[in-house]
Design a protein around this ligand. Structure first.
Ligand code: 13P
Ligand code: SF4
Length: 303
């Protein structure tokens, strides 16, 4: 059954000159058939560089929106339009304007996990793999980091020369992982280093060995001579970790962190969207014009 779906997806992809992009948190079967799999930064670059007529984006809505902003003339489809990231909305109404009134030289640094409406009121976007580099490169002294307090606090620690004010949003999946859950795994596997995503709480980052985006954590584990790792992020990364490192062992906090929205990107929904060409992503042109600027600036500074 699954094989028939995969074959049909491959056939339609060719016929329609479509490309499939998937985040590492998408289901394993989706990563298996995707043309490009990666973290948010890699996928934004892949979307921008694509020459396909149709981009099927297996992620959550802010990713589909970003792909559309970077490719206004292409058809961007999402297997499930309800796949959303709760954190992408977590900036209180009027907060950005309040901060701009308080600081003349303020730059609003917007984690890519945010709506197009938030991007269009920001100066630059960042992802978890380029945030420190981009913040360091900005000329402004005062920065307002939205929406993620945990990535914002992590960046603030790495760049103490700037005044970074952090918005109080968070990823409900990463922020729910507790220090005790992590310590339990450490007790069971004392020689395994802890590899953690910066969306986790600071008290977890403190006891970890490597902090990075999904792609950076996978890369670290793949290059390391060690055999066992404690992975503190969404468990979709397991597919790539195991595929590339069949002899190594990976342990996760219990229960495994799982983003239900990312898991909506099933083979069945990909096939359906390729057949019907529905679930197209649209961004209001006035918003798009403004929201594209911080994304383009990120791609420029992140090069
Ligand atoms: P990265 O893709 O930057 O690792 O971010 C993880 C994430 O939560 C995406 O929603
Ligand atoms: Fe959003 Fe968290 Fe899911 Fe990433 S893992 S899409 S930040 S809810």
């Amino acid at each position: 059954m699954k094989e028939a779906i995969k074959n049909e997806i491959q056939k339609l992809k060719k016929e329609k000159n479509a490309v499939i992009l998937a985040h590492y948190y998408a289901p394993a079967e989706t990563q298996e058939i995707a043309d490009y799999v990666g973290d948010s930064f890699y996928l934004a670059k892949a979307a921008k560089a694509s020459t396909a007529d149709i981009i099927v984006f297996c992620g959550v809505s802010f990713m589909g929106e970003s792909a559309k902003l970077l490719n206004p003339d292409k058809k961007v489809l999402m297997p499930d339009l309800t796949a959303d990231c709760p954190m992408a909305h977590m900036v209180a109404e009027g907060k950005i304007e309040d901060m701009r009134r308080q600081y003349d030289d303020l730059a609003v640094v917007c984690y890519i996990n945010s709506t197009a409406e938030l991007k269009c009121r920001s100066d630059v976007c960042v992802t978890s793999s380029n945030a420190v580099r981009i913040v360091k490169a900005l000329p402004n002294k005062n920065l307002f980091f939205i929406p993620d307090r945990n990535l914002g606090s992590f960046v603030a620690k790495q760049v103490p020369e700037k005044n970074i004010i952090v918005n109080d949003g968070c990823c409900p999946i990463h922020a729910a992982i507790t220090r005790d859950q992590l310590l339990k795994q450490k007790k069971k596997h004392p020689s395994a280093p802890i590899l953690i995503h910066p969306e986790c709480e600071p008290e977890l980052l403190e006891i970890s060995d490597v902090i990075g985006s999904t792609a950076e954590l996978i890369d670290y584990a793949s290059k390391s001579p060690l055999e066992e790792f404690i992975i503190c992020t969404e468990d979709g990364v397991d597919y790539k970790l195991i595929t590339d490192n069949p002899s190594k062992r990976f342990f996760y906090p219990e229960p495994h962190p799982c983003c239900a929205d990312m898991k909506l990107n099933t083979l069945e929904s990909i096939l359906s969207v390729l057949q019907k060409e529905n679930n197209e992503v649209f961004v209001d042109e006035l918003i798009a014009e403004q929201a594209r600027k911080p994304l383009d600036r990120m791609l420029e500074l992140g090069r």
